[in-house]
Design a protein around this ligand. Structure first.
Ligand SMILES: [Zn+2]
Length: 164
């Protein structure tokens, strides 16, 4: 396993639409292990999408603060339902040092595969819902700044903010 460097803007890999994983083979398993290690390498990291470590595949790893290493690992995830709307403060490891206000759903239902390739369906609220939307956006080459209605709300990050 290895801690991988995190790609930041304007790295073009962040703007590329990723490919679906056809088989969870050895290389995908290694990617997941490396992404988990990278996610836990520093406190305050909530989630990671494969393009953030330079790999254009539909793989995400999320771990909520206080959940230890109980990671939500999803392969080929997609949002199948969005409910409600709320304005949240959001940051991204690929846009270091900043947070901005973004409209996100109140809850989402996401389907995908777990790391064993088994189909899973997750209904999420609060930070997990936000993180799922954020990471799935990454898989489509979308960053939270694209969803900001007003770029003037972009501000310097405070220690209590999280980056996803
Ligand atoms: Zn991000």
């Amino acid at each position: 396993m290895a801690v991988l460097p995190i790609r930041t803007l304007p790295d073009p890999v962040l703007r590329r639409k990723t490919k679906r994983v056809s088989t969870i083979d050895k290389s995908v398993k290694k990617l997941i292990a490396d992404m988990r290690e990278t996610l836990h390498a520093e406190p305050g990291r909530v989630g990671l999408a494969a393009p953030q470590v330079g790999v254009s595949l539909r793989v995400t790893v999320i771990c909520l603060p206080g959940e230890g290493e109980k990671d939500v690992i999803l392969v080929n995830p997609e949002v199948v339902r969005r409910k409600g709307e709320r304005l949240v403060s959001e940051g991204c490891l690929s846009i270091p040092g900043y947070v901005g206000d973004v409209l996100r759903a109140e809850s989402v239902t996401v389907k995908g595969l777990d790391r064993a390739g088994k189909p899973v369906r997750i209904k999420a609220e609060e930070l997990l819902s936000q993180a799922l939307e954020h990471e799935i956006d990454h898989l489509n080459g979308v960053l939270y700044i694209d969803r900001m209605e007003n770029l003037d709300t972009l501000r310097k990050i405070e220690p209590e903010d999280t980056e996803i």
